[in-house]
Design a protein around this ligand. Sequence first.
Ligand code: SF4
Length: 407
Amino acid sequence: MRVPAHAPRVEERPVPTLSVTSPSRDPRPGYAGLPADALAAWFAEAGEAGYRAKQVADALWTGRAATFDEVRQLPSALRARLADAFRASTIVATDVRPADGGLTGKALHRLDDGRSIESVLMRYPARGGRRARTTLCISSQAGCAVGCPFCATGELGFWRDLDAAEIVDQARFWRHELLATDERLTNIVFMGMGEPLLNTDAVLDAAAALSDPTRFGLGARHLTISTSGVVPGIERLIALAPQYTLAVSLHAARPALRSLLVPLERRYPATEVVAAATAYAEATGRRVTYEMVMIAGINDTPADAHAAAELLRGRLAHVNLIPMNPVAHTPWQPSSPDRIEAFANVLRAVGLHTTVRRNRGVDIGAACGQLAAELAGAPTPAAVARRRELLVDRSADALRLAGSGVG
Ligand code: SF4
């Protein structure tokens, strides 16, 4: 296990084994993670004509081929050489579970070292003049070191960063799946397992491949990069000023509560995160999305709504309120619809565009990390009880601090 020094955890606790691991990783790089010049050099060195690289790219990026053997325009000897040198996909196996009457699909992908990651496909039918959308949520790390206590991935711990091919191959997997039903992806969000801006190099490489018209070809404006508030990562995005949507997991504006819900608050306070996100909005002209998971009696009070309204008032912002997905290791429950609506109205009163997201795929554990947590095996009832008690104590401390005006 490797935990980056810059990503403190709520507490140190033993990290369970997510699934069976093999002692060594496949040494062949994932084809989709390699830049075009590196691939061109490989084809030249192999004595192959340049157009062969384009034939492979066309087949792999459109989803028509999942393996080199399926690129039938190529001579069989070249197909074999490619398979010796590269992996056509870094995903070894996938288990897909549908939910919501087929509107949601959750995929558990196994990687070459036995680690499992998740992606979720959400179909939104056309409504009220809005066109139908098919949004894919992808993972950027196997596990996560940030340790948000309401999150199943945070509870699992951190195993490793994904490389660019492992990130992109989740989208390629779904494009291939959707060919059968003649559907296409319209949006991709980096909101699955992991903190994307603690794996910035690979995430930016993957986003570049996904938005490149000669590769995956989804417009940059259809990509969302989410962060729990890694300010240096946001600053890197500002320097690049891409047209990606930035989503910030705010969850609470009052520091004591945000420290409880997003432990990175201790390193990057919400005021600094919002300042950096505002600079991104100014650099790109793109509205920033602020996500707030709504937890009954914890962060959904009128005081929290007014604190969020004050923090975000006047900014180029959209606020998305998300009822918490219940997870076994917390005693917390989602806020009631009335409470969420009252919270939303406080934000709307200061001119903030605010929406409420409906949870998808609760019956298949669609919140990130829930399937992988199932695979890891249930913790003992005693461990769950200890964890819940700890959170009750910490919540009480945070609420006391926030109520006293100190936090
Ligand atoms: S909510 Fe996101 S940042 Fe927080 S622990 Fe879960 S995956 Fe990590």
